[in-house]
Design a protein around this ligand. Structure first.
Ligand code: NDP
Length: 286
């Protein structure tokens, strides 16, 4: 388990750390901007070098903030952005990508994701992505919010096998992907990127954070419940996570959670407290 958790390997051989950083809801509030920038840069220093954004986040404000945060450290970062499904046609994807590059003040994306499946045929999305690769605007591409049948369909399309990752919701309180999607990804050796690994805010988040099992295990490691949730989200091989924090203290604590390696007993205890469904469920999406 200890080794499995340190890195994931993309199909093209690229190795990525198990923890990166999300940026949804960042960049919206100018009064928070300096602190958010500080948090992201600290995260990079601590090894959380995968940064995830999207043209959707604040309609470009998140990408602009990320561009500012990374201006002198771009080469230390694996930069990920996402295209709206309605911009993913062959006609529109180039302009959408160029707009993201301009806001991010960079010449290329390390990874470009289809944010979710829309009405553009997957064949056209793949061709558009491959074209962007040829033009050097992106290094590689992947998808987000795809279930196993969508992944199967994607891989049946010429070029679809170049998909490098699928970014989906995954945390201790939402384990539906363990039934079908994780096994599918394991058998195809395509990793997963877990979003909302802290279950965002809200009721479910409070239920997880106040759980006796989470807190007792946390005490053993001198870890916060958030650190337990993060360590859990990345405990399986081939799954990394992208917690979001605009607070440097939280970022530092998130970064340290990679050090936690659960025992089998602890994993069983968390299974008892928050069981995975034993039947197929539709993909949880935010
Ligand atoms: P997360 O599960 O990462 O939770 C973020 C919340 O947790 C924020 O309120 C943050 O507040 C708080 N937080 C973070 N670290 C700590 C800590 N150590 N202690 C206490 N509170 C903490 O939710 P997100 O939905 O943001 O998911 C992460 C990322 O995944 C997104 O930012 C985005 O990049 C991506 N995503 C992708 C989606 C998709 O459809 N592909 C959908 C949703 C998210 P604070 O900033 O104050 O620390």
């Amino acid at each position: 388990q200890a080794n499995a958790r340190k890195r994931i390997i993309l199909p093209d051989g690229t190795e990525l750390p198990k923890l990166g950083q999300g940026t949804w809801n960042m960049g919206d509030d100018l009064s928070k901007r300096q602190q958010e920038i500080e948090a992201l840069r600290l995260g990079v220093e601590l090894g959380m070098t995968v940064i995830d954004t999207a043209e959707m986040y604040g309609e470009g404000k998140s990408e602009e903030m990320v561009g500012e945060a990374l201006k002198d450290i771009r080469n230390q970062v694996f930069l990920v952005s996402k295209v709206y499904p309605h911009n993913a046609s062959k006609e529109k994807i180039k302009e959408a990508c160029e707009n993201s590059l301009r806001r991010l003040k960079t010449e290329f994306l390390d990874l470009y994701l289809l944010h979710w499946r829309g009405s553009v045929p997957l064949k056209d999305v793949v061709e558009g992505m491959e074209q962007l690769k040829e033009e050097g605007k992106i290094k590689r591409w992947g998808v987000s919010n795809f279930d196993a049948s969508a992944m199967e369909e994607l891989l049946s399309i010429p070029g679809g096998e170049n998909c490098q990752i699928n970014q989906v919701l995954y945390h201790l309180g939402s384990r539906g992907i363990e039934y079908e999607l994780i096994p599918w990804h394991e058998s195809h050796q395509i990793p997963l990127m877990a979003y909302s690994p802290l279950a965002q805010g809200g009721d479910l988040n409070s239920r997880l954070l106040s759980s006796a099992s989470v807190n007792e295990i946390g005490e053993k490691y001198g870890a916060s419940p958030q650190q337990i949730l993060l360590a859990w989200a990345i405990h399986k091989e081939g799954i990394m996570a992208i917690p979001k924090s605009g607070n440097p203290t939280h970022t530092a604590s998130n970064g340290a959670s990679v050090e936690i390696n659960f025992t089998e007993e602890e994993l069983k205890e968390l299974d008892r407290a928050f069981p995975a469904p034993n039947h197929r469920t539709s993909l949880d999406i935010i």
